[in-house]
Write a protein that binds this ligand. Structure first.
Ligand SMILES: O=C(O)CCC(=O)C(=O)O
Ligand SMILES: [Fe+2]
Length: 313
């Protein structure tokens, strides 16, 4: 955990506010927005910057890192955004820039054009009528174990979530794959490309690609994972692969770490090594609901250059 002091948070918020200087950040292109986040980055407390770089290099405390106390105590946010792609104003825009000023240290903030209208920072908010979907818009229903965008090879390396408004019932759940204990024959099965991966419904795609992939990859000491409870399945006849997948799900449950996000918390996780979920909560849809913002990061300069854009298709 990396904690900043209330005086530091106040000073940071003031400095970012002066940098914004009354501008409507929604008029910026995604590239201009990230350029401004780079300018804001140097305003962060030096120790926080050092620790985030240390996380990127060595992740000494594990593949999830929590930054606490980033927002001033008395900040007044507009009503909770009504959709992941909804535009916000004032302090809402400033929080998005603050989030990106941190995530920009890990690589290139990006998103996909098919996801939430291609917004570079997305609201993770409950949406009426979507209570039981397997997307961030759910609330009454659990958002089950998944990695962001497991259906893509070029899925984000990290995601950062900042909390503007919390909800005591909504716990963010994390399971580092290297902590999961599985019999070697199950691991061997999960390392074979015996699984079909579909996009999750947060994506709007004309013809949804079906990816054939393994669940686990990488070295034995440092395994990587692509997992999504509802969007990954083996062929119907492959009962061995189905069994391995069920055992993996049970293994994730066993090593789950739970954290209820509070305002000013910024949580970063390694999307190749950590699976995440969110517990159910009751939404009111009255502007006071839970509100997180998300920034996805491509840590590979090479991948980013290949895309040639911050919002690839
Ligand atoms: O709301 C959260 O805590 C996480 C949301 C999420 O994981 C997602 O939208 O993919
Ligand atoms: Fe997610």
């Amino acid at each position: 955990m990396i904690e900043i002091q209330p005086e530091e948070a106040d000073a940071l918020w003031g400095a970012i506010s002066r940098l914004i200087d009354g501008r409507d950040l929604d008029t910026l292109t995604p590239d201009e927005f990230v350029d401004l986040a780079l300018e804001a980055n140097v305003l962060l407390p030096a120790e926080l910057r050092r620790r985030v770089i240390e996380y990127r290099r060595y992740a000494p405390e594990g593949d999830v890192v929590l930054l606490r106390g980033l927002l001033p105590r008395d900040v007044a946010f507009p009503p909770t955004a009504e959709a992941p792609w909804a535009r916000t104003t004032g302090a809402g825009q400033q929080a998005a820039l603050l989030l990106t000023s941190v995530t920009v240290m890990l690589g290139e903030p990006f998103t996909y054009s098919s996801l939430y209208e291609g917004r570079i920072v997305q609201n993770m908010v409950p949406v009426q009528g979507m209570e039981f979907t397997q997307t961030s818009q759910s609330s009454t229903g659990i958002l089950d174990w998944h990695c962001e965008d497991s259906f893509r090879d070029d899925r984000c390396d990290y995601a950062g979530l900042i909390c503007l408004r919390g909800d005591p019932s909504a716990a963010s759940m994390y399971a580092p794959v290297n902590a999961v204990e599985l019999a070697p024959e199950l691991v061997a099965t999960l390392r074979e490309p015996r699984y079909n991966v579909r996009p999750d419904p947060a994506h709007v795609l004309a013809d949804a690609p079906l990816r054939r992939a393994s669940i686990l990859s990488g070295s034995d000491e440092s395994p990587e994972i692509a997992y999504d409870t509802h969007h990954i399945a083996p062929d119907e006849t492959d009962t061995e692969a189905a069994h391995a997948l069920r055992e993996l799900g049970a293994g994730l449950d066993k090593v789950a770490i739970s954290h209820v996000m509070e305002p000013g918390d910024l949580l970063i996780f390694d999307n190749k090594r950590v699976v995440h979920a969110r517990t159910p909560f009751a939404a009111r849809f009255d502007g006071t609901d839970r509100w997180l913002m998300r920034s996805m990061i491509c840590a590979s300069a090479l991948t980013y250059r290949r895309w040639g854009t911050r919002i690839p298709d």
